[in-house]
Design a protein around this ligand. Structure first.
Ligand code: CP3
Length: 355
């Protein structure tokens, strides 16, 4: 394997010294880039894009060709797992993800198969291998999956939801059935992430996008416990290097201590957390990734730079910070504003890494 030319992202995840703070953006390959929209149109639909290793590789590299980002993230989606379980994922234009089949009874949950990642999700592993080859050591490649709870909400609701009405009703009406679903998902996510690692992913992130919708007690029992199972089952060394794990619970600011206790290398933070306070709370246990409000990118470059400076100052001196947005970049952002953000992180952070 080619040696990494830029490993600041992996070093920061392990709290090792870096020259400047590494930066990447959740959803960095996406509709705010005209070149992404062109590739997507050429592929046909969103899933055609995910299933074509060459085009998935092309869109993964597009943001890296525009900006000096410190990591690439596999172009795919968290909903590939429910699709491989037979739910039939599709995207209606302007409507977000939908499933042909809904899984909202104990019987339906019992009948769900656990996908074999190389067989049923081989297109994802092909994309990982293709991207690693094309990256040729430029920056590390991040693999990812959704958390069991986040995936369960889509499967029970049949798509996106504002209030999680059906999934939360199932959780309280039939906790045993919900646990069965979450357990199957934890097994599926573990083998899926391990297959991504073996195919070449150099770090992995678990997206718990909807963990923050739960009560504190339900978060521990129905989201964190299953992410813990995943973390316990992951391959942590590959190609002679640690494979760091990042846990991102959106809205999880109240639970950082218990998230850090899972044994992951890093926590992703949304913008509602104070980064300096978060650092004090987790101490030396984990690195922190985040946490600029993505809507700051609608402001002008001077305002973006000011906010980047404020966040760097709040983390303070030393390694262990990976700059990111607190959630995904949105389609309406001007590409030049994303560039101003990334350059500001590198330009303004050197002084926090001296000595
Ligand atoms: O970050 C990256 O660049 C890698 C690619 C990536 C996508 N989805 C591509 C995508 C990643 C990491 C995801 C994760 C994902 N997908 C999450 C967790 C992260 C988060 O935002 O909380 C969730 C909840 C999903 C489910 C999903 N996929 C939704 C709700 C949507 C529709 C939302 C929208 O923006 O329209 C998708 C589709 C999707 N996944 C798009 C992209 C670029 C837009 C599809 C398009 O091209 O039309």
């Amino acid at each position: 394997m080619t040696a990494l030319k830029n490993d600041r992202f992996l070093r920061a995840l392990l709290k090792q010294p870096v020259d400047v703070t590494p930066v990447w953006m959740m959803r960095q390959a996406g509709r705010y880039l005209p070149e992404y929209r062109a590739s997507r149109a050429r592929a046909g639909g969103f899933m055609d894009l995910c299933m074509n290793a060459e085009i998935a590789c092309e869109v993964t590299l597009q943001p890296l060709d525009r900006y000096p980002l410190d990591a690439a993230i596999l172009f795919s989606d968290i909903l590939t797992i429910p699709d491989a379980m037979g739910l039939g994922l599709y995207f209606e234009t302007g409507e977000g993800p939908r499933f042909r089949k809904v899984v909202d009874t104990a019987e339906a949950i019992e009948a769900l198969p656990i996908p074999d990642p190389e067989k049923d999700l081989g297109y994802v592993m092909n994309a990982v291998r293709t991207i690693r080859k094309e990256l040729n050591g430029r920056v590390p490649l991040i693999g990812f999956a959704g958390s069991p709870w986040t995936l369960a909400t889509y499967m029970v609701e049949g798509g996106s939801s504002k209030d999680f009405r059906k999934s939360k009703a199932l959780l309280y009406d039939d906790p045993k059935a919900m646990h069965m679903l979450l357990d199957k998902l934890a097994q599926s996510v573990t083998s899926y992430l391990n297959a991504q690692i073996l195919a070449g992913a150099q770090a992995v992130q678990i997206f718990d996008s909807w963990g923050g919708s739960l009560s504190s007690a339900a978060y521990q029992e129905f989201s964190l416990a299953y992410m813990q199972k995943i973390v316990n089952g992951l391959i942590r060394e590959h190609e002679g290097r640690r494979v760091p794990v990042i846990l991102f619970t959106k809205g999880g600011g109240l639970w950082l201590e218990s998230m850090a206790a899972t044994g992951v290398e890093a926590l992703g933070l949304d913008w509602t957390c104070d980064l300096g306070v978060a650092r004090q709370r987790v101490g030396d246990k984990v690195a922190l990734q985040g946490n600029m409000d993505p809507t700051v990118l609608y402001a002008n470059p001077a305002a973006i730079e000011k906010e980047v400076g404020r966040i760097l100052e709040s983390y303070g001196n030393g390694p262990g910070h990976i700059f990111n947005l607190g959630h995904g970049i949105t389609p309406e952002v001007k590409p030049e504003n994303a560039g101003a953000f990334i350059n500001a992180v590198h330009d303004l952070s050197a002084k926090y890494h001296q000595g």
